[in-house]
Design a protein around this ligand. Sequence first.
Ligand code: ADP
Ligand code: ZN
Ligand code: ZN
Length: 683
Amino acid sequence: VVLGTHESSTDPRQLRAALAWLDDTPPMPDELLRTLSWAAGYYGHPIGEVLAAALPAALREGRTAMHAVQAHVAISSTGRDALSRNEPRAGSRLRALLEWVAQAPRSLLDIEHWRDGANASLHALRQRGWVQTHIVDAPDRAISTTVPEPGPALSGDQRNAANAITAQLDRFGVFLLEGVTGSGKTEVYLAAAERALAAGKQCLILVPEIGLTPQALQRYQARLGHSVHAFHSGLSDGARAATWLAIAEGNARVIVGTRSAVFAPARELGLIVVDEEHDASYKQQEGLRYHARDLAIMRAHALNLPIVLGSATPALETLANAQTGRYVHLELRERAGGARAPRVRMLDIRNQKLHEGLSQPLIEALRAVTARGEHALVFRNRRGYAPLLLCHACGWHAACPRCDATLTVHRGAQMLNCHHCGYRTRLPTHCPTCKSADLLSLGAGTERLETALTERLPGVRIVRIDRDTTRRRGAFDRLLDVPEGEGAVLIGTQMLAKGHDLPNLTLAAIVNVDEGLFAADVRGAERLAQLIIQVSGRAGRGRKPGEVLLQTHHPEHPLLRTLLTGGYRAFAAAELAERKALALPPYAHWAVLRAQAPRAEDALQFLDQARGLLTVDEALRVRGPMPAPMPKRAGLQRAQLLLEADTRAALHGALTPWLTQLYAQRGVRQVRWSLDVDPVDLY
Ligand code: ADP
Ligand code: ZN
Ligand code: ZN
């Protein structure tokens, strides 16, 4: 990607020559290039890698943008005229290529492989108008429209929100749309998108990883009357490049995608929506560690357009920005269509007999719901059968040889798996140290809950939804496809907690709330509160009222009390006050320098040196080096250095010169390092 030439270079000696001219028009809009350059500075990441992250793989490999969509080059009528006039000169490279293309249309890939310099010759032929490029086999490229289906009449809150967002389609503004699940946020996105489309603009809608179901895409397509272009990492390279090009050329008007869709090269954007803006999947956790919501805001700013951040449980940093007035806070106060909020009840499980972690009252509630032909959701954020395999005779337990972590028992597959590095081994029948056959599976994952409930609720359909059961494409929707009127229990992980419309679901239960109460992470409380509200949001979306059950040993815990009496708002206010008192994000700005190496000393030594290079003042504090919370992972020892600053300016003022020095340092033995600005996890 050519960003500039020697005239604008501060150090021309570092430049390399361009070898080939791939695209006649820049495939990336100027604005995107500018935003990416900004991101390179902000995240302290090399611009080349930032651009690579933003380009589809097919283009990254040096193909022209057209290749990806099966472009064929054919001779034009003026080209035939030229040949008959004996042009280009016989024996020339141009002549040879034109004659070859005249025999039959050739794909760009064929031309590239024809001879050295073929691309330059092709360029010359194109400029003379002697060849034409045709696109074959690219159904996505046409703008197809249908008659939009009418939506429901908007409520007052919904209309106000849509009006506020679209009042000025050519002015930057961030709108936080807060509303419980089922309050009709999507209807607001649709209304705003309709207006942007009517004004001749493109719309970009970001959804969490799991939100891109055919069900959701269908809804956008039907209501907007434009073909919806799904853009996500699950597409094949070819499809991804084709979609990318359709977006760049303006043929795609509605783009719905996950994290990486924030790089969609749309030139005519009029609206950006970030649905479930609090969702952790928007943060990229390797390479360029960007936050798609934050980049989306930067793009909206660069393009002067409105951006909507929607959530029932906004991230605390987003709420803080709404409080200071940087974002416009819009609220949907009621559930749409008259659905009522579910009743939340704590199940105090102290001294209760538990069956694989399930209390009797919970099992009875599941029995009652399924007997009525309704659905229940049982949430457990752990896949597999049991998180620990222990020898009852000698105390041995199954640990990952490559990580500081235990191996999870997967009983159906008869395997022990590490959920951190992917290490797998067969489930042993005997203890490897003392040969005893008395091995205990401790704790219960989703697989075990499935077994337990199948035993206790005979005849009831039990459906497990986690990464083990949804590996295959479309499995998710098939699993959710339970016949109307048949009771069912859905057991699932995080996947189930997110944005699915399950109208017949009237009970949601969280098996183990306590785990979240004692998370060491700064965001532990925020995550738990979001989870409880999101899981609750699954229940009672239709006409029937819903109920939520939380199993806990700590019914008096302040977090649970605040959340249950005052809702997410009250929780967020309390949590923000605490963060402020402790100078934690969003009232401080963080960056983490991580290092990993086969030997812990090397990682720590690198971080020590890095710390020495840093200019520290009152506005910037440094903690560490310290081992990572999970020091060994995938065979490498990990450590980190935490930078805390009062302001973003203080943080970046220090980071920029520091990174230059770090990149200049020649390889400290086998140490790999990375910087994470605005980390969401210290892992
Ligand atoms: P959210 O995105 O906040 O979860 P949705 O927009 O998906 O909520 O709306 C939840 C349900 O309520 C959907 O079935 C939707 O069609 C319906 N709905 C939304 N707004 C209205 C309205 N104004 N009148 C009637 N039904 C509505
Ligand atoms: Zn043993
Ligand atoms: Zn491991």
